[in-house]
Write a protein that binds this ligand. Structure first.
Ligand code: PMP
Length: 422
């Protein structure tokens, strides 16, 4: 296994993106008279027919409220919802399904850890470490927690070539470090952080610290095994992995979740409620207050089945091929600066870049005229951009259905934009 925790016993089978494209109805669309090249997957991914049909089927034939009903439909819907939890448990190799909590998205999952586990376990003078490359969703919950409880928030720096500075991490693993929160894959730098190596450093030097991994950009794209990562919490979103919006996951070690007070209180998460007191349900219901996103969970289960059938190792290998090609092509363009490590190895399929004298919004607009969807802005990582001395950037991000031809179209589109801007 490599340091970033991605290892295969056998090389993955190659996937055929041209064949897979037929699974995604939206990909036949033309945008502004051109075939859609959807290169905004880090923001959200498209949905295969099997996921769309799973939602339709569930709403048409299987929908009901869950858990409390004694009628047949409710029992069926409960089984469908809970089998989605089993699918997630297996997908990330979680040791215990009770530690798999459905949330709205990764952002809510991270807020849950901060508000529930964090407020109960982090106190005045404690230290919380985050990295300089975090998405706002894995930064602001910790900054608020630090402010609320009087803890200190410290930033692990990044190296000049856009990797996490592991010496900088080691230097910060002093004093009462209670929490290290970091992303597995940066949504700007594209870098895959070596979580097992980082976890080993944290366990060795700050045994009391808990490790929170933001898996929003890794779980959809590469094989993720929470036991191999050795993290305490992992957060991710369904919509970035071919699933519906409105469903995300927090995985946490049950012994940690059990000791945390509930995040939201209300129906569905109680043991017994009296006028003045209440007890809480066991995991996972304890953290799923109110009627959950039932159909969305079922849709996520279908997405996991789809990705599992293709194989995460094959998806990762395909994206590595795309990113290696994209880096090579972009580096060949004068005036283009790629953000993050220049070596494709250990980079996921996210490439942020700038083009001299062209604002990323103008570039995105010009590319859109040719049917190419990219993202422009700060990608919810403003401190990272500021730290790198950057304004907004353009970002192309790939998934299983993208092709080398689409990379060529991106590059040709950038060249045309450069010609337009003189
Ligand atoms: N973390 C990272 C690294 C992300 O890229 C994103 C999505 N842009 C999030 C967290 C938040 O995901 P969501 O908006 O689905 O909560």
């Amino acid at each position: 296994m490599r340091a970033n925790g991605i290892g295969y016993s056998t090389p993955p089978a190659r996937l055929d993106p041209a064949a897979l494209r037929a699974d995604f109805p939206i990909l036949v669309r033309e945008i502004n008279g051109h075939p859609l090249a959807y290169l905004d997957n880090a923001a959200s991914a498209q949905k295969p027919r099997c996921v769309i049909e799973a939602l339709t089927r569930f709403y048409s034939h299987g929908y009901s409220s869950i858990h409390r009903g004694v009628h047949t439909l409710s029992e069926e819907a409960t089984a469908a919802y809970e089998s989605a939890r089993d699918a997630v448990t297996a997908f990330i190799n979680a040791p215990d399904r009770r530690g798999v909590i459905f949330t709205r998205n990764a952002t809510e999952a991270l807020n849950l850890v901060a508000a529930a586990w964090g407020r109960a376990n982090v106190g005045p003078g404690d230290r919380i470490l985050v990295t300089e490359m975090e998405h706002h969703s894995n930064l602001l919950p910790w900054r608020r927690l630090a402010q609320e409880v009087g803890a200190e928030l410290d930033y692990i720096p990044i190296t000049d070539d856009g990797r996490l500075d592991l010496d900088g991490l080691v230097r910060r693993l002093t004093g009462p470090v209670k929490l290290v929160a970091l992303t597995h894959v940066s949504n700007v730098l594209g870098v895959v952080n070596p979580i097992p190596e980082i976890a080993a450093l944290v366990r060795e030097r700050a045994a009391a610290a808990r490790i929170v991994v933001d898996g929003a950009q890794s779980v959809p794209h590469l094989p993720v095994d929470v036991q191999a990562l050795d993290c305490d919490f992992l957060a991710f979103s369904g919509h970035k992995m071919c699933g519906p919006t409105g469903i995300g996951v927090l995985y946490g070690l049950p012994e940690l979740l059990k000791e945390a007070p509930p995040f939201l209180v209300g129906g569905g998460m109680i043991g017994r409620v009296e006028r003045a007191e209440a007890t809480w349900a066991d995991l996972p219901a304890r953290f799923e207050a109110g009627t959950p996103a039932i159909a969305e969970a079922v849709g996520l289960g279908a997405a996991i089945a789809y990705l599992g059938e293709i194989g995460m190792a094959a998806i990762w290998a395909h994206e590595q091929e795309l990113v290696a090609y994209a880096l090579e092509q972009l580096r060949g363009l004068p005036g283009v600066r790629v953000i993050g490590p220049t070596e494709p190895r250990d980079r996921a399929g996210v490439v942020a870049f700038t083009v001299a004298a062209i604002h990323p919004h103008d570039l995105a607009f010009i590319l859109d005229q040719e049917g190419i969807a990219i993202r422009a802005g700060f990608h919810c990582a403003q401190p990272l951009h500021e730290g790198l001395g950057l304004g907004p950037t353009a970002r192309a991000s790939f998934y299983l259905y993208n092709t080398l031809t689409e990379v060529d179209r991106l590059v040709a589109g950038i060249e045309r934009a450069q010609a337009l801007f003189g």
